[in-house]
Ligand binder design. Structure first.
Ligand code: NDP
Ligand code: 8X3
Length: 251
């Protein structure tokens, strides 16, 4: 059977690096994201494997359903779903955040992820042993920090949804993993700060963040383990990132 991966958010960062990593091993790819020009470029670059691109906003459940229903036959039998599309917004304190930003994170990181999962679960169950749902969570889903508010909470959803899916998929052969990266240099901070390149550069300079390729390698590892192994959660941080002491409010 052909190995086919369906990757959301393939226009940048982890998703694009994952497309390149899976293509390196000859996987067929279904790549989605909102920026069509980037998808076209990536398809042109990955000309060694069959690639199907879909302009898709994961928040639109009908569009997601249609995209899955209308997959060309040679891309229909998905083996690995990588639920990667996501974003953080508004790194300031909760009371200063525009409510719209909270909604956008919930709609993308939670609703979008469940939309795609729901649409592809029957296919993955049909593929059976060796298939995987790889959800991209975050260290923010486990560890609180100031300015994480709804972002971290949305990634806690990803973690618990992944665990709960495992329970329901027991016996189907479908594996579920929550990959939870720490600081990684992608366009993530540019999006989070609404285009502040300086803030993004400042965050990553003078340390050694993870790269998109580091996480793509973890995705590929999880997806290609022997069928009987399920990594439930994989938390990956840069060596140069760790926790801080609890904050205390004093007189
Ligand atoms: P990037 O900003 O580089 O990539 C995000 C991707 O998500 C883009 O391809 C973007 O595509 C896509 N996306 C965003 N919103 C939507 C939407 N509504 N519909 C479809 N696609 C969408 O960031 P990363 O690669 O870093 O982020 C990937 C995932 O990793 C996210 O879930 C993020 O939360 C998570 N993460 C990132 C970490 C980091 O430090 N970088 C650490 C831990 C987790 P387009 O705009 O073209 O639609
Ligand atoms: C993104 C990683 O450290 O900004 O999920 O929360 S962090």
């Amino acid at each position: 059977m052909t190995n086919i991966a369906f990757i959301t958010g393939a226009t940048s960062g982890f998703g694009r690096a994952a497309a390149r990593r899976f293509a390196q091993d000859g996987w067929s790819l279904v790549l989605s994201g909102r920026r069509m020009e980037r998808l076209i470029e990536l398809k042109e670059e990955l000309n060694n494997v069959p690639v199907h691109i879909i302009q898709l906003d994961v928040r639109d459940d009908q569009a997601v359903k249609t995209a899955v229903t209308e997959l060309p036959a040679e891309f229909a039998q998905i083996k690995v779903l990588i639920n990667n599309a996501g974003l953080a917004l508004a790194p300031q304190s909760a009371e200063k955040v525009d409510l719209k930003d909270w909604h956008t994170m919930i709609d993308t990181n939670i609703t979008g992820l469940v939309n795609v999962t729901h649409a592809l679960l029957p296919t993955l169950i049909k593929t059976g042993a060796g298939s995987s749902v790889i959800n991209i969570g975050s260290i923010a889903g486990e560890w609180p920090y100031p300015g994480s508010h709804v972002y971290g909470a949305s990634k806690a959803f990803v973690k618990q949804f992944s665990y709960n899916l495992r329970c329901d998929l027991l016996g189907t052969g479908v594996r579920v993993t929550d990959i939870a990266p720490g600081m990684a240099e992608t366009e993530f901070t540019l999006v989070r700060t609404k285009g502040d390149q300086q803030a993004s550069d400042n965050l990553y300079k003078t340390t050694t963040p993870l790269s998109a390729e580091d996480i793509a390698e973890q995705m590929f590892y999880v997806a290609t383990l022997p069928d009987h192994i399920n990594i439930n959660r994989l938390e990956v941080m840069p060596t140069r990132q760790a926790w801080s002491p609890f904050a205390v409010d004093r007189d």
